[in-house]
Design a protein around this ligand. Structure first.
Ligand code: 6PG
Length: 257
């Protein structure tokens, strides 16, 4: 288990990101899914219960469907995987906008996951009737059940360089004293969200970005060149041991060399 002192390693002192460019989004989802199943299986073979932070968005949805397709042939014991979300929309549990709802529909409902190991962000129709209360509850869940950090944090990225629900120039970028925080005014609808903060996202052995399409080529290149995380939040997250940018060719089109 990684010690606390290592988690504090500054992003700039962590291994440089590696870029894996693939032709298209389907290939990206297939490759990332295979890599994730392999990583989970290795952790379990070492006797650990791996923890994964899932993400929302269209590329993540492709990944979830690929995980469902590939899981049949995988040795991964899904009852021994801790599942978290890097961010979630603060809407009703059955709202189609819920990131967790999409994963459950296409993946988890058909797998023997242990409900105690699936850590959903509280929904707006649950016991936490305000965004602030829901964010505080999720922060406490992370502190209590996720002290060892993550094995893999999965992140999509928006055309503005946002990851999870950390948006350029937003105050949540500066949150240092909590692993999760509310975002009442997301520029990407729906407006109310709960997001892990940089501190929580960086408590991961590996960070994998899942990015497709030309409109993200600019922020991807800026993040990889080490942009200020306040301008390009994707630049502010690296794994302690590994950061991989899975890019399709259009998203990789602004990279140097
Ligand atoms: C969300 C996501 C968000 C998403 C990016 C990329 O809940 O909206 O967590 O951060 O990953 O906006 O989304 P696409 O992959 O659909 O471009």
């Amino acid at each position: 288990m990684t010690g606390h002192q290592e988690w504090s390693t500054p992003v700039g002192e962590r291994p440089d990101p590696v870029v894996e460019t693939v032709p298209d989004a389907d290939t990206l989802a297939a490759r990332a899914a295979a890599r994730l199943l392999e990583r989970l299986a290795v952790a379990q073979a070492e006797g650990r219960v791996p923890a994964v932070a899932l993400t929302g968005g269209s590329v993540a949805e492709r990944l979830h469907r690929e995980l469902a397709r590939q899981s049949a042939g995988s040795p991964v014991d899904w009852s021994r995987v801790e599942l978290w979300w890097g961010d979630e929309r603060y809407v009703a549990a059955t709202d189609p906008d819920r990131n967790a709802g999409q994963v459950r529909r296409v993946l988890l409902d058909d797998l023997p996951v242990d409900p105690a190991r699936v850590h959903e962000v509280p929904a707006s129709d649950g016991p936490h009737t305000t965004l602030t209360e829901a964010a505080a509850a999720y922060a406490e869940e992370v502190r209590t059940h996720g002290p060892g950090g993550f094995d893999v944090v999965l992140l999509g990225m928006g055309p503005d360089g946002h990851i999870a629900s950390l948006f350029p120039g937003y105050p949540q970028l500066d949150a240092e004293d909590t692993p999760a925080i509310g975002v009442p005014d997301s520029p990407k609808p729906p407006p109310e969200r709960v997001t892990l903060t940089f501190g929580a996202l960086n408590r991961s052995r590996a960070v994998w970005f899942l990015v497709t399409s030309e409109d993200k080529a600019g922020p991807a290149a800026r993040a990889l060149r080490g942009a200020d995380r306040r301008a390009v939040p994707a630049a502010g997250v690296r794994g302690l041991a590994e950061t991989v940018w899975f890019l399709d060719e259009p998203a990789a089109s602004h990279l140097d060399g």
